[in-house]
Design a binder for this molecule. Structure first.
Ligand code: NAP
Length: 286
């Protein structure tokens, strides 16, 4: 029950109506029986500053950040974690006595299912399809795993070069290479991990895959195919990779685990990961 004592959490974005975070966080809050509520908070880019001031004024405990505010939020924070600085984006904010602190839990979310696998990460070459926001968390995650090399594949040379440049001076820089899509034929036979961070194959385009079947056939059996897309589950990319003998990881787990990591920061207690996962599966009917 929401009472006069209830503490508020939320997610800011524009739009925010598609966000799945209220579903899984309110399921977790109900399960834990804590006096919190998690709200969708639509904030247009021009309103970010007054919105943040308003959140302080009403005593909001913390919030998630989704598109388009993940970078724009950074000047409003008094502290930014090293991982969020490396990724260049913040997705979770909480109150401190000094002001707002921020981090990026997408890296924890991305890594959680991989850490369940027993793999010789230092011998693994990672291939990342796409060079947008999510690819940044994936590069940080693959670096943390200790992958031997990271190959980022994109379609826009200028964006790829800027992506590469943004990692200069970081641990990732020495193992990171950028490629155009036609390089996939060269990269796939030795890839131990291939991650789709493009929207190709998502809901309403289920018949599409970022990798042609003729190319995917080059993937070695036992390689890990990871799709950040969470609907459909599995995507065509994952179905075809499994047929090649790959280990498949779908995006729902990353979504759940980044949410669980955020909730643990706010509540300072373990998150009910199973409850959060189940709430999304029920909501999405997957
Ligand atoms: P983004 O910043 O817009 O990046 C998308 C990337 O995909 C860009 O590099 C873009 O290339 C590329 N791309 C888009 N359409 C393409 C096409 N037809 N052919 C080749 N490349 C294409 O988006 P994002 O925030 O990184 O999100 C990407 C995907 O990850 C979405 O499906 C999102 O739902 C998913 N995601 C999942 C989680 C999770 O928790 N599971 C978390 C974050 C994101 P250009 O830059 O050249 O346009």
């Amino acid at each position: 029950m929401i009472t006069g004592q209830t503490k508020l959490l939320g997610v800011i974005g524009h739009p925010v109506s598609h966000s799945l975070s209220p579903v899984m966080h309110n399921a977790a809050i109900a399960h834990l029986d804590v006096d919190f509520a998690y709200l969708p908070l639509p904030v247009q880019p021009k309103d970010l500053a007054p919105a943040i001031a308003g959140f302080a004024a009403i005593g909001l405990q913390g919030f998630n950040i989704t598109i388009p505010h993940k970078q724009a939020i950074m000047p409003f924070l008094t502290e930014i974690s090293p991982v969020a600085q490396a990724v260049g984006a913040v997705n979770t904010v909480w109150r401190t006595e000094q002001g707002w602190s921020g981090t990026n839990t997408d890296v924890i979310g991305f890594l959680a299912p991989l850490k369940q696998l027993d793999q010789p990460w230092t011998e693994i070459d990672a291939v990342i399809l796409g060079n947008g926001g999510a690819a940044r968390a994936v590069v940080a995650g693959c670096t943390e795993l200790g992958c031997r090399s990271i190959h980022v594949v994109g379609r826009d040379l200028a964006k790829l070069a800027a992506f590469h440049q943004s990692w200069v001076g970081s641990t990732a820089a020495s193992i990171l290479q950028i490629h155009e899509w036609h390089d996939l034929a060269k990269l796939l036979p030795t890839a131990g991990l291939i991650v789709n961070t493009t929207p190709i194959g998502m809901h309403s385009h289920e018949d599409q895959s970022p990798v042609d079947l003729s190319l995917l056939k080059m993937l070695q059996p036992g390689a890990i195919a990871y799709d950040l897309i969470y609907v459909p589950q599995p995507t065509l990319f994952l179905q075809q990779a499994v047929q090649r003998g790959a280990i498949a990881i779908h995006g729902l787990e990353m979504l759940v685990q980044q949410g669980a990591a955020a909730l643990e920061i706010w509540l300072q207690q373990p998150a009910p990961v199973d409850v959060m996962r189940r709430s999304l599966q029920q909501y999405l009917k997957i």
